[in-house]
Write a protein of this length. Structure first.
Length: 104
């Protein structure tokens, strides 16, 4: 089984070909192809390569499926005995991508 660990948006994701994942927002249009070059680990069956900090020559190709926002999360601040209440909503933008291939 072939997989890789990539870094994007300050987070790390374990990806394999054909997988769909939600990641931090990328500045690209829907339908475009995107290349992740910050690969931290690459595994192909028994062979494992660990980068220091990145693995040289390994790229993960992905297709951008959609740009959207998460469901609203309520941020509520409250101080007792002082009549202090603040209610605010937050929607985090994300990009959904499908991993097409991992090239070595």
């Amino acid at each position: 089984m072939k997989f890789a660990v990539i870094q994007t948006g300050g987070k790390q994701y374990r990806v394999s070909p054909g997988q769909k994942i939600k990641i931090e927002k990328l500045n690209a249009k829907e339908g475009d192809s995107f290349l992740f070059d910050k690969v931290l680990l690459f595994a192909d069956n028994e062979k494992i390569e660990i980068g220091v900090p990145y693995v040289e020559g390994v790229k993960v190709e992905a297709k951008i499926l959609r740009q959207d926002k998460e469901k609203t999360k309520i941020v509520f601040k409250y101080h007792s005995k002082t009549r202090y209440r603040k209610k605010k909503g937050h929607r985090q933008p994300f990009t959904e991508v499908e991993v097409i291939a991992i090239s070595h």
